[in-house]
Design a binder for this molecule. Structure first.
Ligand code: COA
Length: 165
């Protein structure tokens, strides 16, 4: 059984992530989406919410499982029997970041390889932080996230505005 792992913080999941998830699910018998907490980043959505959004996004695809990821990614990969980490690349900045992570991951676990998928051109400019920012200022994020994420971003914004008044 070919198992792949697609890790990230997904705060929140975007259509750019969903594009990578759908394309990689077609390459493996099982794809595990590992939802991490990121050191140094304060998440807008707690992990249960982030997991819920991804499950909703991929509910039509039955070889995908969404799980919390704690500790080292390579240990998580070993525990779930995954030999391949999937990462999306949007451009040069992603490449530099991925290169160093890949070097370290390969040194810690040479048997776990990383597969890079180029982001589809439509989603190249999308990132979770830009989506959060656009939503915070009342911009339309519907092209970039699924409906329940858009609703949750609006709720957060309304909650913050109420808190200020
Ligand atoms: N479409 C849209 N956005 C994308 C994207 C895509 N295809 N691919 C990446 N992004 C964006 C994310 O939205 C996020 O944006 P933001 O920074 O504006 O919020 C950014 O790119 C990076 O996010 P992500 O891909 O989720 O990675 P990450 O940096 O949050 O998480 C882990 C990286 C989880 C893989 C890494 O921290 C990890 O492995 N953690 C476990 C601990 C460990 O093993 N550490 C040692 C590593 S050597």
């Amino acid at each position: 059984m070919r198992i792949g792992v697609y890790p990230g913080t997904f705060d929140p999941v975007t259509r750019g992530h969903i594009d990578i998830i759908e394309r990689s699910a077609a390459l493996f018998d099982r794809l595990i989406v590992g939802v991490s907490t990121q050191e140094g980043k304060v998440a807008l959505f707690d992990r249960e919410e982030r997991i819920g959004f991804i499950r909703e996004s991929v509910k039509a695809i039955d070889n995908i499982e969404v799980r919390p990821l704690d500790g080292l990614l390579v240990r998580f990969a070993e525990e779930i029997g995954a030999r391949t980490i999937v990462r999306g690349l949007r451009g040069g900045t992603d490449f530099d970041y991925e290169l160093t992570m890949n070097i370290m991951n390969r040194q810690m676990a040479p048997e776990v390889d990383t597969l890079f998928l180029m982001s589809s051109p439509r989603w190249m400019g999308v990132s979770s932080s830009l989506i959060r920012e656009i939503a915070r200022h009342g911009g339309d994020v519907r092209p970039y996230v699924i409906e329940c994420v858009e609703g949750a971003l609006t709720e957060k914004r309304d909650g913050t505005e109420k808190g200020r008044s």
